[in-house]
Design a protein around this ligand. Structure first.
Ligand code: BDR
Ligand code: CA
Length: 307
């Protein structure tokens, strides 16, 4: 099994990603770490507890950063809802969480696993950046990082920047420069990894609380995407989780990637050297560009049906 930590900011598609990850026998979820992003840290952490309760899972949850490394927090509450849970109302479990911080847990677990840990990061990269700044030997201890973030082309917060990278570009650039191979599931692929209204209804009809949550949490987002003329709601964070386990469903290309941290028009852009091979000496990343959507949705249905 692949030992993973899922670093996230639930978040409606983060919630979908956690529901899926917990049904993958190939994954050994060592921890879920939370970060401020879609909404503030108290809310993303509360939502992680809500999802864990609905799943009946027992992964530990560690709180991480409540703001980006060098900036104020920019949220996406207009998309994810004020509470970050897509307007779904569920009690917040009063589970007490460990005192250990996300970055300390990442380092400790990475050390315990002796280089085998795969980090899946689907929120702003702040916890990863802090862990790298604090623990110089961390790059040697992580096998790879799979992120939802960035885009070779385009952006969703600005024309140049995707949300997770835009929120904390300095942390993201530290990650790309760390020497750990980064697999970038950015908008290039995640906009193609969508679910239609009918597909979500088919999932809801499975009738379990988990299938219902998968459907309900994505409804407001679905309405928005339909309003923008799209065929369905983009399953950004699920794409990163499925890519980790089923890479054969995806197309990826080796490339150099750095993050712009200064340009007024381009801050947060993942500058991707797909064709020039000139500017960056290193191919530090795999840029995921395409997905077999039929296989992707088929697998999602199969996984949620297991509840
Ligand atoms: C990413 O930003 C967040 O709003 C989503 O949860 C996803 O991780 C998409 O740009
Ligand atoms: Ca997210």
């Amino acid at each position: 099994r692949i030992p993973v930590i899922i670093d996230c900011d639930p978040g409606v598609d983060d919630t979908a990603a956690l529901l899926l990850a917990c049904q993958m026998p190939e994954l050994d979820i060592r921890a879920v770490t939370t970060v401020a992003g879609n909404v503030g840290l108290d809310k993303t952490t509360a939502n992680a507890k809500r999802v864990r309760r609905v799943i009946g899972a027992d992964f530990p949850i560690y709180r991480g950063a409540d703001k980006p490394m060098f900036r104020e927090l920019h949220t996406a509450a207009e998309f994810h809802g004020a509470d970050g849970f897509g307007g779904v109302e569920l009690p917040i479990p009063d589970d007490v969480l460990p005192e250990e911080k996300a970055w300390d847990a990442i380092y400790r677990i990475a050390k315990e696993l002796n280089g085998e840990l795969v980090l899946i990061a689907v929120g702003p990269m702040t916890n990863v950046g802090i862990a790298l700044a604090k623990y110089k030997e961390l790059p040697k201890l992580i096998k790879k990082i799979v992120i939802m973030g960035g885009a070779a082309i385009g952006g969703n917060v600005t024309p140049a920047a995707e949300f997770n990278i835009y929120v904390d570009p300095e942390a993201a650039d530290m990650m790309f420069c760390s020497g750990i191979p980064v697999h970038m599931c950015g908008l290039d692929v995640t906009m193609k990894a969508y679910a239609t209204k009918d597909e979500l209804e088919e999932i809801a009809a499975f009738g379990t609380p988990q299938a219902k949550l998968f459907h309900d949490v994505l409804q407001k987002g679905l309405e928005k995407y339909i309003g923008w003329g799209r065929a369905g709601v983009a399953l950004h964070d699920p794409a990163a989780v499925l890519y980790t386990v089923y890479p054969e469903m995806f197309t990826a290309e080796e490339a150099g990637v750095r993050v712009e941290t200064k340009g007024p028009l381009t801050v947060g852009k993942t500058v991707t050297d797909l064709y020039s091979d000139k500017q960056f000496d290193d191919h530090n990343a795999f840029v995921v560009t395409n997905v077999d959507r039929e296989a992707f949705i088929g697998k999602i249905k199969e996984l949620i049906k297991k509840y």
